[in-house]
Ligand binder design. Structure first.
Ligand code: GAL
Length: 881
């Protein structure tokens, strides 16, 4: 048992307080209070070992309005647990001043999880990595005298302890721990410290010990984990992260095998390709983990979401944190990923009884690269996993008197040790193709099959513009000699830091340059992330990179020249040792070369510093303030302007589909809708090469299955519905490099085409299976006939069946073709079963299709359907008949 005594004491202390809050904050207990402990096999919830599936969702990467739907979809997809980090920098923006509102209302998030009947794994960190700005550290932390992050350093430990305690106390007060009837079953301290521990020598080791003891001393009363920390002390469980964790073992025989981060995709950088992890490989990794003794697995991420505002880490991580997760950035299911994993989770749940009642598996070698793990063989509730880890070939194996054909790189799951109900490489779940529509004139009166009009979004007012001054406008400027470190000046209140000076150029130098046909060059030893130089009001050069050398030739005139340098951050470093030293802007020497009498050291000059943009300072992106400055009309066809603010008003697309701004016509900058900062944007294009057809077989890495080569990494930016009004929404854009705002459009995102391919050799309809509670002693699978299941998103119905063939159809979604083996009634039958409905299912059998269309051959049903909005479908009912 972990900390139960302390937890109970804490419970007594806070309970009277919490009873008062019950009435006020609607924090009725979500569960019968239960204790959480563990043994070598699993977490033990209320006295029972459990096999748990967890969905990683970071609350600020969505809006509170999105949380219930995301959590409901996680539950429907088979999750028992939701996992999130806690984001210190946003909860304590100013030292000692806490913020828990809006997207940062972590208490509300925990309650939404509890209300859905799911558990919560809270990873407090407070270092989180997470591709989040500065790994979650508040930037003010750098300014604490004598501080060194993540090591045995008193000032750091004091700040860390204060924040971790703040969060634990908040959860206690809100009665959110399992033993208080709340959803929290597990916590995390630190994150992946094992990767950098050696950089800190003995101090690192001391720090790990201190962090564990400090966490355990807070009286949370549930187990703590450390993710990737081989030396996790005492009762703290060291957990695994990575693409595969089936070989992982914790550092003590009394701890369970937990996988805190199963990377089901990967993040992307501006100008990078988009990573994709095939679901067959992901399902293989998860099944292998449970096969080989794992008991808790979390998808990092189940929903990745969006790095709104300036929250993305870096440098250079894009605003979307889609992560190729089962729920996409907008909260729509990514199919077949979501559905195939749902089937996997159902099949694992069918085995849970056997898995938890075994001390360990019985291992059976079935071939050179084939093996079975059998759980609880003896007690009549046998479950087995059979793996073929051969990357290339099918294998035929014999197991408990039956023969099985195993696809390469796959696991078959047999909840009763006899029948395969799931194979990781055979996807029965539907595929869906996402569509985007730019509507004008709503509601949509679509007939089946009719294409949505691809027209320009309606901006109720023409674009207005305003130039950002490249000069001193702030009252807060100061002048010093020398080049200062960027973050020391900006404190990360803005991406932008301006450095102003004036230099005098002699006639001799000008003559020297002309004579030698050279230009003076600004040279910087090292710079991050974006550098721009302006001479006499004109942009003279830009450099992008992460601690790169700069050599930028520029033109100077005889006499006085105004020189303006600009350094910009594009997400602060979130990974690595010594983050407090990383900083931004320049490192090393900043000088001019190419002068007649040698180099000019620019750090000897007096510089005037100014933080941010005047538009940021005046909050001209907000509904309240934008009218207070003088905007002028932007004439279409004007040459693209750099350092310009644009604004326009637009109406929302009708309905509830997620909305995105398409900023493909713009360069680089930031955008706000009704004052909400939707994030940085940048039209940087990914390399042309490096995308190849992806084979799920064999070990995955983030470079293996890239998409989007030769295209901008991101052009669409999520605008959450709750940030929009029906009409007259204010869009404000700050553009740095030049773009054409009149080509910006507002899109609805939805799943339009859904397809299924299920054959006779697929497995029973797991999609239907809902976990009985408690689990029965023996689980029978009554009907083994495979079934195709199709479902449109909520609010949509199947408007038309565009293809249906039971036989041996060729091609793939959305380009199927009939072959000579085709049941004549295929289309009629599928139409009858599906049209006008949100979801439908069809059994895959000859009998259902009126006989065998071609004997001796495995038959497949392939269907392509179009989902239409259920409101427009009412108009179409007559068309179905
Ligand atoms: C892990 C880290 C996560 C995240 C992930 C990559 O190592 O713990 O926070 O950064 O890598 O997405």
């Amino acid at each position: 048992m972990i900390g139960d005594g302390r937890g109970f004491l804490r419970f007594l202390i806070v309970s009277s307080l919490a009873v008062l809050q019950l009435v006020e904050a609607d924090s009725s207990p979500y569960f019968e209070p239960f204790n959480v402990s563990y043994d070598h096999r699993a977490l033990i919830l209320g006295g029972k070992r459990r096999m748990l599936t967890s969905a990683g969702i970071h609350y600020p990467r969505a809006t509170p309005e999105m949380w219930p739907d995301l959590i409901a979809k996680s539950k429907k997809g088979g999750a028992d647990v939701v996992q999130t980090y806690v984001f210190w920098n946003k909860h304590e923006p100013v030292r000692g001043r806490y913020y828990f509102e809006g997207r940062y209302d972590i208490v509300k998030f925990a309650k939404v999880v509890g209300a859905a009947g799911l558990y919560l794994h809270l990873r407090i960190g407070p270092y989180v990595c997470a591709e989040w700005n500065f790994g979650g550290f508040p930037v003010w932390l750098r300014d604490i005298p004598g501080i060194k992050f993540r090591t045995d350093n008193a000032p750091f430990k004091e700040e860390m302890e204060r924040f971790v305690k703040k969060i634990v106390d908040l959860m206690l007060e809100e009665m959110l721990f399992s033993w208080q009837g709340g959803p929290i079953i597990m916590l995390q301290i630190e994150n992946e410290y094992g990767n950098i521990e050696s950089s800190y020598g003995q101090s690192g080791k001391n720090y790990v010990k201190w962090a564990a003891e400090m966490a355990l001393g807070l009286g949370a009363g549930v187990p703590w984990v450390m993710c990737r920390q081989d030396d996790a002390p005492g009762s703290v469980i060291n957990a695994c992260n990575g693409y595969y964790c089936d070989g992982f073992r914790p550092n003590s025989g009394s701890k369970p095998t937990l996988w805190t981060e199963d990377w089901d995709g990967w993040f992307a950088s501006w100008g990078g390709r988009l990573p994709h992890r095939p679901v067959e490989d992901l399902a293989f990794a998860v099944a292998r983990f449970f096969q080989r003794g794992g008991s808790f697995q979390n998808y990092y991420m189940y929903f990745g979401g969006t790095n709104f505002g300036r929250t993305s880490g870096g440098p250079f991580y894009i605003t979307s944190y889609d992560y190729d997760a089962p729920l996409d950035e907008f909260g729509l299911t990514s199919q077949p990923k979501w559905g195939h994993l749902k089937d996997l989770h159902s099949s694992i749940k069918l085995c849970e009884r056997a898995l938890v009642s075994s001390v360990s598996a019985h291992y059976v070698k079935l071939g050179p690269m084939q093996e079975a793990h059998v759980y609880n063989e003896t007690e009549g509730k046998c479950s087995a996993f059979i793996a073929n880890i051969d990357e290339h070939k099918y294998a035929t194996v014999h197991f408990l008197g039956k023969t099985y054909s195993l696809p390469p790189w796959s696991v078959s799951i047999l909840p009763d040790c006899k029948n395969v109900v799931f194979n990781t490489a055979k996807v029965s779940s539907q595929t869906s193709i996402k569509s985007r529509a730019v509507d004008q004139g709503l509601p949509l009166n679509l007939s089946p099959g009719q294409k949505l009009r691809d027209t320009q979004a309606y901006f109720s007012q023409s674009w207005m513009g305003l130039t950002e001054p490249i000069n001193l406008w702030s009252n807060d400027t100061f002048t010093v000699q020398g080049i200062l470190e960027h973050l020391n000046v900006t404190k990360d209140h803005s991406d932008y830091l301006w450095y102003f000076t004036r230099i005098h150029i002699s006639g001799d130098d000008v003559a020297f340059w002309e004579e030698n046909k050279i230009s003076p060059t600004i040279e910087i030893d090292s710079m991050r992330d974006v550098f721009r130089v302006f001479v006499n009001g004109q942009l003279a050069g830009s450099v992008v990179g992460h601690w790169v050398k700069v050599a930028q030739p520029i033109k100077l005139l005889q006499g006085y020249n105004d020189l303006v340098l600009l350094t910009q951050t594009v997400g602060l470093q979130n990974y690595g040792a010594f983050l407090e030293k990383d900083g931004a802007g320049f490192r090393g020497k900043v000088k001019f070369t190419g002068f007649k009498d040698g180099d000019m050291d620019l750090s000897n000059l007096s510089w005037t510093y100014q933080v941010g943009l005047s538009g940021e300072f005046l909050k001209i992106y907000s509904v309240e303030e934008n009218e207070k400055v003088e905007w002028t009309d932007v004439v279409t066809g004007d040459s693209p302007s750099t350092f310009t603010w644009f604004k326009a008003h637009f109406d929302s697309p009708e309905g509830t589909d997620p909305v995105a701004l398409n900023l493909g016509s713009m360069g680089k900058g930031q955008a706000w809708v009704n004052g909400h900062h939707i994030g940085r944007y940048w039209n940087r294009v990914a390399p042309k090469d490096g995308c190849r057809k992806c084979d799920y077989r064999g070990p995955y890495n983030s470079d293996k299955c890239m998409t989007n080569c030769g295209k901008p990494t991101q052009t669409r930016y999520h605008v959450p519905r709750s940030w929009l009004k029906a009409s007259d929404n204010l869009l404000v854009i700050f553009e740095e490099t030049g773009g054409n705002p009149s080509d910006i459009s507002i899109e609805r995102h939805y799943s339009e085409i859904i397809c299924g391919t299920v054959s006779e050799t697929h497995y029973p309809p797991l999609h239907k299976w809902t976990k009985p509670d408690p689990l029965p002693v023996t689980i029978s699978i009554d009907d083994l006939t495979p079934e195709m299941y199709l479902e449109c998103e909520q609010g949509y119905v199947i408007g038309s069946i565009e293809f249906a063939s039971y036989g041996t159809p060729d091609g793939s979604c959305p380009n199927f073709q009939r072959s000579s083996c085709h049941a004549a009634n295929s289309e009629h039958l599928v139409k009858e079963a599906c049209e006008g409905k949100n979801s439908c299912s069809i059994k895959i059998s000859n009998a259902r299709f009126g006989g065998d269309p071609c004997r001796g051959i495995v038959k497949t049903l392939a269907v392509q359907a179009r989902c239409i909005s259920s409101t427009s479908s009412r108009l179409l009912v007559s068309n179905f008949k």
